[in-house]
Ligand binder design. Structure first.
Ligand SMILES: [Zn+2]
Ligand SMILES: [Zn+2]
Length: 254
């Protein structure tokens, strides 16, 4: 599995863009950053978009991607998430007010996007990958995902505060090769992290104990750029060399 980091921060400012990961060239994992980084040719190769939750920093480039490729693809792109999250996108974003409903244009039969709901705990096979959504603890309905291909499995937490289920599943996953985990705030802002459903470095340290025994790399994303230096220092204080901060443009091969 090859994971290209298109964006990995918890806010947008010059040099820093929001969460978007491209898996094996054809599947997006969150769509906070897509259209501003990939060429149109690369955007045309995308077959699936997996969405962790409906916050703008994870969905905003669905709209610009759809606009860029309309009329240029034979098959719709699968927009994959839970029923609840897809309902929120349909009602609030792709609602012909905020943005056109690209699941019905240019025509019902030839639309740009197609909603593909997945049930919690149920595996869903899409091309050469298998995905399993796992409910996590955020301020809106939110899912992390276990994503597998023939090379192994990764865990992606999406945005989450302290949570248990995804770590229990990670602990049991035989082929686990890497974890992508969020850390948004410095330790001094733990209270804000808690009420906004996010983690600090210390908080991630506690979460990782829930999958003790798994000696895999942990790639940290969703850092607020204004606190990046302090978060990096606090991740270092965990004394766990497996935990690394992601950067835009990184490519992770498992
Ligand atoms: Zn969020
Ligand atoms: Zn976010």
């Amino acid at each position: 599995m090859r994971i290209r980091v298109l964006g990995c921060y918890g806010a947008e400012m010059p040099g820093y863009t929001t969460s978007g990961f491209l898996i094996n060239e054809e599947t997006l994992l969150d769509a906070g950053t897509v259209a501003s980084v990939l060429t149109v040719e690369e955007q045309l190769k995308i077959k699936n978009i997996i969405i962790s939750h409906p916050h703008l920093d994870h969905i905003k480039d669905i709209q610009f991607l759809a606009d860029n490729i309309i009329g240029k693809k034979d098959e719709p792109i699968n927009l994959i998430s839970t029923h609840g999250i897809l309902d929120i996108l349909r009602a609030n974003v792709l609602n012909n007010i905020i943005w056109p409903d690209f699941t019905t244009i240019p025509s019902y039969n030839g639309a740009v996007l197609k909603f593909l709901p997945v049930k919690g705990k149920a595996r869903c096979v899409i091309g050469d990958i298998t995905i399993t959504p796992v409910r996590v603890n955020h301020t809106v309905e939110a899912a992390g995902y276990i994503i597998k291909d023939k090379s192994g499995a990764i865990v992606y937490t999406g945005d989450t505060g302290h949570t248990d289920w995804i770590w229990k599943i990670a602990a049991k996953e035989d082929k686990l090769k890497a974890v992508f985990a969020e850390v948004s705030f410095p330790n001094s802002m733990a209270e804000l992290a808690d009420i906004s459903g996010h983690l600090t470095a210390e908080g991630l340290g506690r979460e990782l104990q829930k999958m003790s025994g798994k000696d895999v790399p942990v790639y940290v994303f969703h850092m607020k750029p204004q606190y990046l230096a302090i978060i990096e220092k606090e991740i270092g204080l965990l004394n766990n060399t497996r935990v690394k901060l992601l950067k835009q443009g990184d490519v992770i091969e498992i």
